[in-house]
Ligand binder design. Structure first.
Ligand code: HEC
Length: 142
Protein backbone atom coordinates (compact mmCIF):
# COMPACT_ATOMS: atom_id res chain seq x y z
CA UNK A 1 0.00 0.00 0.00
CA UNK A 2 2.00 3.01 -1.26
CA UNK A 3 -0.37 5.54 0.38
CA UNK A 4 0.24 4.10 3.82
CA UNK A 5 3.96 4.05 3.25
CA UNK A 6 4.00 7.72 2.28
CA UNK A 7 2.00 8.67 5.34
CA UNK A 8 4.39 6.79 7.52
CA UNK A 9 7.33 8.57 5.93
CA UNK A 10 5.81 11.98 6.40
CA UNK A 11 5.02 11.20 10.04
CA UNK A 12 8.64 10.15 10.56
CA UNK A 13 9.85 13.41 8.98
CA UNK A 14 7.44 15.35 11.16
CA UNK A 15 8.75 13.68 14.32
CA UNK A 16 12.30 14.29 13.23
CA UNK A 17 11.55 17.98 12.82
CA UNK A 18 10.02 18.17 16.27
CA UNK A 19 12.99 16.37 17.83
CA UNK A 20 15.36 18.68 15.97
CA UNK A 21 13.43 21.73 17.17
CA UNK A 22 13.43 20.55 20.79
CA UNK A 23 17.13 19.76 20.56
CA UNK A 24 17.88 23.25 19.17
CA UNK A 25 15.88 24.89 21.95
CA UNK A 26 17.75 22.91 24.61
CA UNK A 27 21.08 23.73 22.99
CA UNK A 28 20.39 27.46 22.89
CA UNK A 29 19.15 27.40 26.49
CA UNK A 30 22.37 25.67 27.57
CA UNK A 31 24.44 28.22 25.63
CA UNK A 32 22.64 31.11 27.32
CA UNK A 33 23.15 29.62 30.80
CA UNK A 34 26.83 29.00 30.10
CA UNK A 35 27.35 32.49 28.64
CA UNK A 36 25.64 34.17 31.59
CA UNK A 37 27.77 32.37 34.10
CA UNK A 38 31.12 33.27 32.59
CA UNK A 39 32.17 36.62 34.04
CA UNK A 40 32.29 39.46 31.51
CA UNK A 41 35.92 40.22 32.09
CA UNK A 42 36.81 36.70 31.04
CA UNK A 43 34.40 35.98 28.26
CA UNK A 44 34.07 39.39 26.65
CA UNK A 45 30.35 38.85 27.04
CA UNK A 46 30.08 35.78 24.88
CA UNK A 47 31.31 32.21 24.90
CA UNK A 48 34.30 32.90 22.70
CA UNK A 49 36.65 35.85 22.71
CA UNK A 50 36.18 37.91 19.62
CA UNK A 51 39.67 37.99 18.14
CA UNK A 52 41.18 41.45 17.80
CA UNK A 53 42.63 41.91 14.32
CA UNK A 54 45.97 43.57 13.65
CA UNK A 55 44.49 46.86 12.41
CA UNK A 56 42.29 46.98 15.48
CA UNK A 57 45.29 46.23 17.72
CA UNK A 58 47.17 49.11 16.12
CA UNK A 59 44.33 51.53 16.70
CA UNK A 60 43.87 50.31 20.28
CA UNK A 61 47.54 50.90 20.88
CA UNK A 62 47.17 54.41 19.51
CA UNK A 63 44.23 54.91 21.82
CA UNK A 64 46.35 53.79 24.78
CA UNK A 65 49.16 56.15 23.86
CA UNK A 66 47.06 59.13 22.89
CA UNK A 67 43.75 59.04 24.72
CA UNK A 68 44.71 57.13 27.84
CA UNK A 69 48.17 58.70 27.61
CA UNK A 70 46.71 62.20 27.76
CA UNK A 71 45.90 61.53 31.42
CA UNK A 72 48.13 58.61 32.35
CA UNK A 73 51.22 60.08 30.71
CA UNK A 74 52.56 59.51 27.20
CA UNK A 75 54.46 56.46 28.38
CA UNK A 76 51.71 55.58 30.88
CA UNK A 77 54.06 56.34 33.75
CA UNK A 78 51.53 58.64 35.34
CA UNK A 79 50.16 62.15 34.98
CA UNK A 80 46.73 63.29 36.02
CA UNK A 81 45.90 59.57 36.29
CA UNK A 82 48.13 57.01 38.03
CA UNK A 83 50.87 55.00 36.28
CA UNK A 84 49.63 52.04 34.24
CA UNK A 85 52.98 50.33 33.93
CA UNK A 86 53.47 46.56 33.90
CA UNK A 87 54.84 46.62 37.47
CA UNK A 88 51.89 48.53 38.86
CA UNK A 89 49.39 46.46 36.87
CA UNK A 90 50.85 43.24 38.26
CA UNK A 91 49.28 44.10 41.60
CA UNK A 92 45.83 44.74 40.15
CA UNK A 93 43.10 42.20 39.47
CA UNK A 94 41.79 41.68 35.96
CA UNK A 95 38.28 42.18 37.23
CA UNK A 96 39.09 45.59 38.75
CA UNK A 97 40.98 46.77 35.66
CA UNK A 98 38.15 45.67 33.36
CA UNK A 99 35.58 47.41 35.56
CA UNK A 100 37.63 50.62 35.83
CA UNK A 101 38.14 50.93 32.07
CA UNK A 102 34.57 49.88 31.28
CA UNK A 103 32.73 51.97 33.88
CA UNK A 104 35.28 54.68 34.68
CA UNK A 105 35.64 55.90 38.28
CA UNK A 106 32.85 58.13 39.44
CA UNK A 107 33.97 61.33 41.07
CA UNK A 108 37.37 61.17 39.33
CA UNK A 109 38.39 62.21 35.81
CA UNK A 110 38.65 58.54 34.74
CA UNK A 111 35.93 58.25 32.06
CA UNK A 112 33.93 55.11 31.15
CA UNK A 113 34.86 53.47 27.85
CA UNK A 114 32.10 50.91 27.53
CA UNK A 115 30.21 52.94 24.93
CA UNK A 116 33.32 53.39 22.82
CA UNK A 117 35.06 50.01 23.16
CA UNK A 118 33.74 46.46 22.97
CA UNK A 119 34.28 44.07 25.88
CA UNK A 120 36.84 42.19 23.79
CA UNK A 121 38.70 45.44 23.11
CA UNK A 122 38.72 46.28 26.82
CA UNK A 123 40.04 42.78 27.52
CA UNK A 124 42.76 43.37 24.95
CA UNK A 125 43.72 46.65 26.67
CA UNK A 126 43.90 44.87 30.04
CA UNK A 127 46.10 42.14 28.51
CA UNK A 128 48.33 44.79 26.97
CA UNK A 129 48.64 46.69 30.26
CA UNK A 130 49.67 43.45 32.00
CA UNK A 131 52.28 42.76 29.31
CA UNK A 132 53.56 46.30 29.31
CA UNK A 133 53.21 48.75 26.49
CA UNK A 134 56.37 47.86 24.63
CA UNK A 135 56.47 44.13 25.09
CA UNK A 136 53.59 43.28 22.78
CA UNK A 137 54.83 43.63 19.26
CA UNK A 138 52.05 44.23 16.82
CA UNK A 139 52.93 43.04 13.36
CA UNK A 140 56.64 43.43 14.19
CA UNK A 141 56.24 47.03 15.23
CA UNK A 142 56.42 48.46 18.69
C1 HEC B 1 40.52 62.33 31.55
C2 HEC B 1 41.63 61.60 32.12
C3 HEC B 1 41.72 60.11 31.92
C4 HEC B 1 41.65 59.40 30.75
C5 HEC B 1 41.44 59.94 29.34
C6 HEC B 1 41.86 58.02 31.09
N1 HEC B 1 42.03 57.88 32.44
FE1 HEC B 1 42.28 56.13 33.46
N2 HEC B 1 42.29 57.14 35.22
C7 HEC B 1 42.23 58.52 35.34
C8 HEC B 1 42.28 58.87 36.76
C9 HEC B 1 42.27 60.27 37.34
C10 HEC B 1 42.36 57.63 37.46
C11 HEC B 1 42.44 57.44 38.98
C12 HEC B 1 41.02 57.32 39.49
C13 HEC B 1 40.97 57.23 40.99
O1 HEC B 1 41.43 58.15 41.64
O2 HEC B 1 40.46 56.23 41.50
C14 HEC B 1 42.36 56.58 36.46
C15 HEC B 1 42.45 55.22 36.77
C16 HEC B 1 42.64 54.24 35.83
C17 HEC B 1 42.90 52.86 36.12
C18 HEC B 1 43.03 52.24 37.49
C19 HEC B 1 44.49 52.25 37.86
C20 HEC B 1 44.76 51.63 39.20
O3 HEC B 1 45.94 51.35 39.45
O4 HEC B 1 43.84 51.43 39.99
C21 HEC B 1 43.05 52.21 34.94
C22 HEC B 1 43.35 50.74 34.72
C23 HEC B 1 42.87 53.19 33.89
N3 HEC B 1 42.61 54.41 34.46
C24 HEC B 1 42.96 52.90 32.56
C25 HEC B 1 42.69 53.81 31.55
C26 HEC B 1 42.66 53.47 30.17
C27 HEC B 1 42.97 52.10 29.59
C28 HEC B 1 42.34 54.61 29.49
C29 HEC B 1 42.13 54.77 28.00
C30 HEC B 1 41.23 53.84 27.36
C31 HEC B 1 42.18 55.67 30.48
N4 HEC B 1 42.40 55.15 31.71
C32 HEC B 1 41.88 56.97 30.17
C33 HEC B 1 42.12 59.45 34.32
C34 HEC B 1 41.96 59.14 32.99
Amino acid sequence: MPMYKNDKNSITIYYRRIIFLIFSLILSAVQTVVAENIPEYISGGSIAFVPIGLEQQRSLKNLLLQDCGSCHGMTLKGGLGPALTKDVMAGRSREMLFATISEGRQGTPMPPWKNILTKSEINWLVDTLYKGLNSGKINNEN
